[in-house]
Design a protein around this ligand. Structure first.
Ligand SMILES: Cc1cc2nc3c(=O)[nH]c(=O)nc-3n(C[C@H](O)[C@H](O)[C@H](O)COP(=O)(O)OP(=O)(O)OC[C@H]3O[C@@H](n4cnc5c(N)ncnc54)[C@H](O)[C@@H]3O)c2cc1C
Length: 454
């Protein structure tokens, strides 16, 4: 029985090379091709090569005991073919792993061509139905999955289970918020008062609105010209609909009485804790498509944020991904159709390394299925397991793709955290435990004896 891998970006080739290394025949499909002498490409890819890096050439930090380092260490221990080729084509980049993108891509194509078990088919896949020879299918068609396949994924997973955009709200450094000007509260006092509320009076709201309406939008690339979802409209689009629209939307003050005055403000901007360490907060519902400089100017008009340091600005860009928390099990299989696996950006992870990481896992799981075995999920405590734990257990309501960070890793227990105050030492221990968990799993599934990647 063979494995069908759809997508020749990062996750697909990694999955194909992994499954082949484990003795499985693979059909690898890729839409990009030269047709009648002309290249057929996606809106972001510039070549027909496998493993093309569409933007930066960095696979992130190599500093020991950081989360991206941990993920790469586990991938190296797991024999990741693409990471080995990234190491082989690395260029000087300080503490990061950056690659010569042309050479990286060339070597991946070479590895695929040299693998007799991989059969490359340059065509757009539009159906996920399988023939009798196929044990399973890995869908790794990335953030720019073709329209026809997107429609097929929606047909199989159910309407509304596929997102097409990342709507990113700005994030501020907690230390730069003026806590004298804001108050903590939950709407209608439901639950704990975890939100920071920035109250505005009428004048402040009007001034903010004028500045927002005058702010310049970031230019959209051709393929980014967006039809926004009603549910995640940019604030500047809402503002253009009417002067009251924001007050009935993301700046709604009802149920948010200021305990200091006993009054409900005219409008409120809510900030939600971004990470467990509570050192950063995001502006709830403030996704926008404004130029970064304009955002800084406009958002600093919000009371309490006059001197805000922005760790990330709002953005909206094309990204196709499934509702993994509802759809996938911990071995990346569709719960309703276990012969279909998802990997890469489409599965809800973000970034080159994370995409390769899920490609590696999908290749291992698919090989188990093709050999008639039940795949065994990477342990929660490992970096790889943490990444999958996030996409399969995040809140489906506001699920957003994520990079690997310490927030996704299993935290030390309360007693250990109290004992170890130094953050760097805590991270070192978390990484050590993750690697141990990875090694245990790797040995248990019999992979330690498997052939190394070519
Ligand atoms: C413009 C842009 C810039 C980005 N910049 C960065 C960055 O700087 N750093 C970073 O870490 N991440 C970046 N990303 C995210 C990046 O795309 C992913 O990290 C990574 O490429 C995802 O790997 P993947 O294998 O899931 O998808 P891809 O690498 O996109 O591979 C998917 C492949 O599937 C093919 N395909 C699509 N539909 C079909 C079909 N129906 N049939 C057959 N084949 C199909 C595509 O042609 C493509 O080759 C960026 C994304 C975009 C769109």
């Amino acid at each position: 029985m063979k494995i069908r891998v759809i997508g020749g970006g990062l996750a697909g080739p990694e999955a194909a090379l992994t499954a082949a290394r484990l003795g499985c025949a693979v059909d690898l499909y890729e839409l990009r091709a030269v047709v009648d002498g002309k290249p057929r490409l996606t809106p972001a890819h510039q070549t027909t090569d496998f493993g093309e890096l569409v933007c930066s050439n960095s696979l992130k930090s190599e500093t020991p005991n950081t989360a991206p380092w941990l993920l790469k260490q586990e991938m190296r221990r797991g024999g990741s073919a693409l990471l080995r080729l990234a190491d082989a084509t690395a260029v000087p980049a300080g503490h990061a792993l950056a690659v010569d993108r042309v050479e990286f891509s060339r070597r991946i194509s070479e590895a695929i061509a040299a693998e007799p078990l991989i059969h490359v088919i340059r065509e757009e896949v539009t159906s996920l139905e399988q023939d009798g020879d196929t044990a399973c299918t890995i869908v790794a068609t990335g953030p720019l999955t073709s329209d026809a396949l997107s429609a097929e994924i929606e047909r199989i997973t159910g309407s509304g289970r596929l997102a097409f955009y990342d709507s990113i709200s700005p994030i501020v450094d907690a230390e730069s918020i003026d806590m004298e000007r804001v108050y903590m509260a939950a709407r209608w006092d439901k639950g704990t008062a975890d939100y920071i509320n920035c109250p505005m009076n009428r004048d402040e709201y009007e001034r903010f609105l004028d500045a927002l309406l005058a702010a310049e939008a970031a230019e959209a690339k051709e393929w980014e010209k967006l039809d926004y979802f009603e549910g995640c409209l940019p604030i500047e689009v809402l503002a253009r609909r009417g002067r009251e629209t924001l007050r009935f939307g993301p700046m709604k003050p009802v149920g948010l009485r200021d305990p200091r005055t006993g009054m409900t403000p005219w409008a409120v901007v809510q900030l939600r804790q971004e990470n467990l360490r509570a050192d950063s907060y995001n502006l709830v519902g403030f996704q926008n498509h404004l130029k970064f400089g304009e955002q800084a100017k406009v958002l600093r008009l919000i009371p309490g944020l006059e001197n805000a340091r922005f760790l990330r600005y709002g953005q909206i860009h094309r990204n196709t991904y499934i509702q993994a928390p509802l759809l996938l099990d911990e071995t990346l299989r569709l719960k309703t159709r276990p012969s279909i696996l998802f990997a890469g950006q489409l599965s809800g992870v973000e970034g080159y390394t994370e995409s390769i990481a899920t490609g590696l896992l999908a290749g291992i799981y698919a090989a188990a299925i093709a050999h008639g075995e039940e795949p065994v999920a990477a342990p929660r405590r490992s970096g790889l397991g943490s990444l999958v734990n996030y996409i399969t257990h995040a809140n489906p309501k506001d699920f957003q793709p994520a990079n690997i960070t310490f927030d996704l890793l299993e935290p030390l227990d309360e007693a250990e955290r109290k004992k170890i105050r130094d953050k760097r030492e805590r991270h070192r221990i978390e990484c050590e435990r993750a690697l141990e968990a990875f090694d245990g799993w790797w040995a248990a599934i019999g992979m330690a004896a498997a052939a190394p990647s070519r």
